[in-house]
Ligand binder design. Sequence first.
Ligand SMILES: NC(=O)c1ccc[n+]([C@@H]2O[C@H](COP(=O)([O-])OP(=O)(O)OC[C@H]3O[C@@H](n4cnc5c(N)ncnc54)[C@H](OP(=O)(O)O)[C@@H]3O)[C@@H](O)[C@H]2O)c1
Length: 335
Amino acid sequence: MSIESKYVALKEYIPMGNPSLSHFDLKSETISLKNNDEVLVANKWISVDPYMRARMTERKNYKPPFEIGKPMEGTAIGEIIESKSNNFKKGDFVLSEFGWRDNFIANSDSLKKINPINVPIQTYLGPLGFTGHTAYIGLFRIAKIKQNQTILVSSAAGSVGSTVCQIAKILGCKVIASTGSDEKVEWLKKEIGVDHAFNYKKIDNLVLHFKDICPEGFDIYFDNVGGDFLEAAIFRMKNFGRIVICGRISQMNATSPGEGLKNMAHVLVKRLTIKGFLIFDHYDDYKDFENDMSNWVINKKIKWRETIVEGIENSPQAFLDLLNGKNIGKMIVKI
Ligand SMILES: NC(=O)c1ccc[n+]([C@@H]2O[C@H](COP(=O)([O-])OP(=O)(O)OC[C@H]3O[C@@H](n4cnc5c(N)ncnc54)[C@H](OP(=O)(O)O)[C@@H]3O)[C@@H](O)[C@H]2O)c1
């Protein structure tokens, strides 16, 4: 079968500043299966993620820059519509790194079969997928979270953040959640069950605010944003506190490198641990996450929410909306 493949390509690198729709192109080509072991996949759900912003520059990073004019990559869930492989049959659902396109051809060894528990398949891009895995590894392996600790979470209404908040609540921790809109604050309080949530855009002095809402300080700060927020959190960490550097979204479109942390004395005096991690280094550490998260999801101990944008042609807009905080929970594109 020959079929049209529509895909999104980057037109030029964006070294700094905000990306816009004019940086992306929608292209198409005709594709058909040729070789043994190939499969034809129709993507159903595409993930757009903050780390993709770094791949839109030529700077060295842990993943190479996107190739100009070529289909952009990213995690996606698709259905096999034709197969020349013994490993997959028509109707199988697969996870791939071939996002930002609708139909594509791949060798079977580049795909992972999904055997879904009784949840919508796109949950494998959220709590049961790589953002859930990130929350789990960040908390258990990097923060070494213990029961009844006090934890501060930034970008708390996002995909990683909302999962972090809920795992911490399962462990009996006190959760302080920061997010960028009043609607998200309400969701975090009423649905996610955090102890305190606030809209960071309305706070003039974060350090004083932390002192007001959590005078005892934080055992853990799960940092999704970096920048001034990280500096403010360091001021309010307890002795021997642990800071997990998961992301730095506040810096991603920055037009200058910024000033850097001015309060390293607190790191020394309080004997803090600040540790970054990338989930790609933890792919082999999956079993505990898979068992725990499946149980939590089945038993409704973890809730999730999606912000859905429809159509491959709208995936650049979904990405821009993600960077602008328009998502609650996981931002995904439905094809
Ligand atoms: N280390 C890893 O392996 C790994 C893996 C996955 C994700 N991450 C990181 O984890 C973080 C969360 O990822 P996610 O996929 O769950 O995204 P997300 O939190 O669902 O979405 C991004 C959110 O970032 C917030 N944001 C945007 N600009 C901001 C700014 N200037 N200051 C503060 N917040 C801002 C927005 O929420 P507000 O309304 O709250 O501003 C937006 O909704 C990101 O930093 C990402 O890079 C790391």
